[in-house]
Design a protein around this ligand. Structure first.
Ligand SMILES: *[C@@H]1O[C@H](CO)[C@@H](O)[C@H](O)[C@H]1NC(C)=O
Ligand SMILES: *[C@@H]1O[C@H](CO)[C@@H](O)[C@H](O)[C@H]1NC(C)=O
Ligand SMILES: *[C@@H]1O[C@H](CO)[C@@H](O)[C@H](O)[C@H]1NC(C)=O
Ligand SMILES: *[C@@H]1O[C@H](CO)[C@@H](O)[C@H](O)[C@H]1NC(C)=O
Ligand SMILES: *[C@@H]1O[C@H](CO)[C@@H](O)[C@H](O)[C@H]1NC(C)=O
Length: 534
């Protein structure tokens, strides 16, 4: 997996600016809040299927009741055919029934049941998640288990980092993740998932109807292919053997078998490539940050800021230093629960996919950021005006020309790859006018990142190069400078959002632009010991 990209520039903007209106790209799994309608859709489908069973039942009832009547009459005749038929009432009726009624029964049998329910189903089909959605969701799950080194066997049974949840994954869930990881060229991750399929399939033998069941042979074949990709041929062979027991004449399996035996005959066991080792090292640094225990995550000391504005003298800000160089601080209790619920409430109705302006080094099908967002104008209402004033109190910066607030909600395994917030105009071309970001306002001198929710597990913000990790806590905000005192981008501010494991992570970002700040003394870290309390 790639947790790292050399130049991930973060000019985020509305997807509509880039893609125009593409209603079909709903990207369901990229934000939890926008998945709520999916539950409603599923409920409609269940209701509809129940109506379908009612329609089937009605037909059954009619048939069953008539069967009794018809059988009674027929048995009466069968007991003594000649005597029965000698009565013209009976013999006539038999002729008529067979000529008329049974044709009507045939027509009744031919009549399809549940047409209106099927029609309703078709009308909702466009709303179902697509293959891309499933791919995104599987990537999210794979990201969680690999970033946090979770054992797949625990995870699928709802045991996540030692906590037991009342949820588990079905054989079809597990196979989907494994198959997509295999397609994504992560065979070693795929193997961990696919190995769990046969046992789960056994457990489900009695509860899962045939038409929903996955084929064991598919799981075994994909697992064998992943083992071959991992050059673990001797593991693959018995799997293929089992496949061939199930499908002895399958040409594809026979070819795979032949290929594997040839590989075993011709190739020695390979050693891992250097490239792989490098990738592992990079991923490890990132993982380390994401896995830092809450207690030991960087805390230097806390103090109150009474200085600068009259407001702060009345309501000092509680500040916690995360690191001095680069300077990163955490402000406590800067947004109230009411403000947060208003921000989330408004944003939730208008979420758009977020796009990262430029992602070099990120494989095409991966997403560098899996979240949806909404932009607030700073002056849109009293709430945002109040927050703008508060940020000015917190940072001492003039926000007049700075960007709006971007409120973001992460999705399944939602993350944001390592990136810098600054553009570094000097060393790259920013002629892309679509983004609407003008060089005139200057670079992003500083970032204020508000956490709007707690996250039960995962979702830390990590500055991997300097080892800072901060866990989301509703109402707090982190602040850092992106530029050094000469106005050049500070690459040590490269940071990432670790995958969310359990929870709905909401954040709000304010990027402060440089231009307005020329006459404002850069607010540097306090000299040790001045006006601080622990
Ligand atoms: C199911 O049938 C009931 C009663 O006929 C109807 O009111 C309801 O709308 C139907 N539900 C769906 C989802 O079609
Ligand atoms: C766990 O979920 C199942 C349904 O999936 C439910 O029947 C059961 O009561 C739940 N158990 C607990 C302890 O919540
Ligand atoms: C091959 O599979 C065995 C058993 O599952 C495992 O111990 C070994 O590490 C695997 N080798 C490679 C190169 O993946
Ligand atoms: C207090 O906040 C102001 C900005 O409002 C800032 O300039 C100053 O450096 C802060 N003091 C400390 C000790 O962080
Ligand atoms: C800027 O654009 C020019 C022309 O498109 C290109 O030759 C140059 O390499 C670009 N510079 C950078 C730093 O991307």
């Amino acid at each position: 997996m790639y947790y790292f990209s050399r130049y991930l520039l973060v000019m985020l903007f509305h997807s509509t600016l880039v893609l125009g209106h593409r209603p079909l790209e709903r990207s369901h799994s990229l934000s939890l809040v926008t998945m709520v309608p999916l539950l409603e859709l599923e409920r409609k489908l269940i209701d509809n299927l129940e109506n379908y069973t009612n329609a089937l039942e009605q037909k059954l009832e009619i048939i069953r009741s008539q069967l009794l009547v018809m059988r009674a009459e027929n048995e009466k005749g069968m007991r003594n055919a000649v005597s029965y038929l000698s009565n013209p009432l009976n013999s006539f009726s038999l002729i008529r029934r067979l000529h008329q009624d049974w044709i009507k029964w045939r027509k009744y049998m031919e009549q399809p049941v549940g047409i209106s329910q099927l029609k309703a189903f078709y009308s909702w089909e466009d709303e179902l998640p697509t293959e891309r959605d499933l791919w995104d969701a599987c990537e999210g799950i794979g990201r969680i288990t690999s970033t946090y080194d979770l054992k797949v066997g625990d995870f699928i049974n709802g045991n996540i980092k030692g906590k037991q949840y009342n949820a588990s994954m079905s054989s079809a869930d597990i196979l989907s993740v494994g198959a997509i990881l295999a397609k994504k060229n992560s065979p070693s991750d795929a193997i961990q998932w696919l190995q769990e399929v046969p046992q789960r399939l056994q457990e489900e033998l009695l509860i899962r109807p045939r038409h929903l069941s996955i084929k064991e042979v598919d799981a075994l074949r994909i697992l064998a292919e992943a083992q071959i990709k991992e050059k673990n041929y001797s593991e693959a062979l018995p799997l293929l053997h089992n496949c061939l027991k199930l499908l002895p004449h399958d040409a594809r399996l026979l070819r795979l078998w032949k290929k594997t035996t040839d590989l075993i005959a011709n190739q020695p066991d390979p050693s891992p490539t250097e490239d792989k080792e490098r990738k592992v090292a990079i991923a490890n640094a990132f993982k380390l940050g994401c896995n830092k225990p809450l207690e030991s995550s960087t805390r230097l000391h806390c103090f109150y800021n009474f200085t600068t504005t009259p407001f702060l003298r009345l309501a000092p800000l509680k500040i916690e230093q995360i690191g001095l160089d680069p300077y990163v601080v955490l402000y406590h209790e800067v947004l109230s629960a009411r403000e947060i619920s208003m921000l989330i409430g408004k944003a939730a109705q208008n979420m758009k996919n977020t796009r990262v302006h430029k992602e070099q080094g990120v494989p095409k099908k991966n997403r560098g950021r899996t979240a949806k967002g909404f932009w607030f104008k700073k002056e849109s209402n009293e709430l945002t005006k109040g927050i703008t004033r508060r940020i000015m109190d917190m940072t001492g910066f003039d926000l007049a020309d700075s960007e709006g607030f971007q409120v973001i909600n992460y999705g399944i395994g939602g993350h944001y790859l390592l990136h810098m917030d600054y553009f570094d105009f000097a060393s790259s071309n920013h002629t892309d006018t679509r983004s609407g970001y003008s060089m005139d306002l200057g670079d992003r001198i500083a970032t204020v990142l508000f956490y709007l929710t707690d996250v039960e597990q995962g979702g830390a913000t990590v500055f991997a190069d300097v080892g800072y990790s901060v866990y989301p806590q509703a109402g707090t905000a982190i602040f850092w400078y992106n530029l050094d005192t000469n106005g050049k981008g500070d690459p040590r501010t490269r940071h990432a959002a670790c995958p969310v494991i359990v929870g709905s992570k909401w954040v709000m970002t304010e990027w402060i632009r440089e231009k307005r700040q020329i006459f404002i003394r850069p607010c540097l870290p306090p000299a040790k010991g001045t006006s601080t309390k622990s």
